[in-house]
Design a protein around this ligand. Structure first.
Ligand SMILES: [Zn+2]
Length: 158
């Protein structure tokens, strides 16, 4: 007899996990099983791609700014900057402007959340963030309600 647990609306085996005849496990395998945030694996893959593209966009933009600011010859920059590993990134990162830096951090945080399974869950109230909101701003960490609360507070103090 397998130990069962309720995941979302489906009963799934947890101990031992993954017998081939378990309907929930086969759904999991197909990537259609919603995780905590109500998103499926397929959704997460999509958001990861979206975030990767955004990240690239911010970096490209910063690269352009950097070139303009420093009057560097763009030809001196590597075509395919291996940003994640190169030493270049450190000096580059250093020069990123405050706003870009914050944005980039948010994107990277969201990518980490995808890895650890907390993506799409509001950091304040721990409720799922709507898919529509995530599609517009995949790097968001708050649901619309908490975001509005936050903005109200900021306005009160600002
Ligand atoms: Zn919330």
């Amino acid at each position: 007899m397998y130990a069962m647990a309720r995941i979302g609306s489906v009963l799934a085996c947890i101990d031992p996990p993954g017998p081939v005849d378990c309907p929930a496990c086969s759904i999991l395998d197909r990537g259609e099983m919603p995780v905590g945030s109500g998103l499926t694996k397929r959704d997460l893959t999509k958001f990861k791609k979206l975030l990767d593209e955004k990240r690239k966009g911010v970096l490209d933009n910063a690269k352009k700014t950097l070139v303009e600011d420093m009057t560097l010859d763009p030809n001196d920059l590597p075509d395919e900057m291996d940003l994640a590993s190169s030493e270049y990134l450190q000096s580059f990162n250093f020069r990123l402007r405050g706003r870009e830096k914050v944005h980039l951090k948010k994107i990277e945080l969201a990518l980490r959340k995808i890895e650890d399974g907390t993506f799409g869950i509001c950091e304040e109230c721990e409720e799922p963030i709507t898919k529509k909101r995530l599609e517009a701003r995949p790097e968001t960490t708050l649901c619309i309600r908490c975001k509005e609360d936050q903005e109200r507070v900021e306005k009160d103090f600002g």
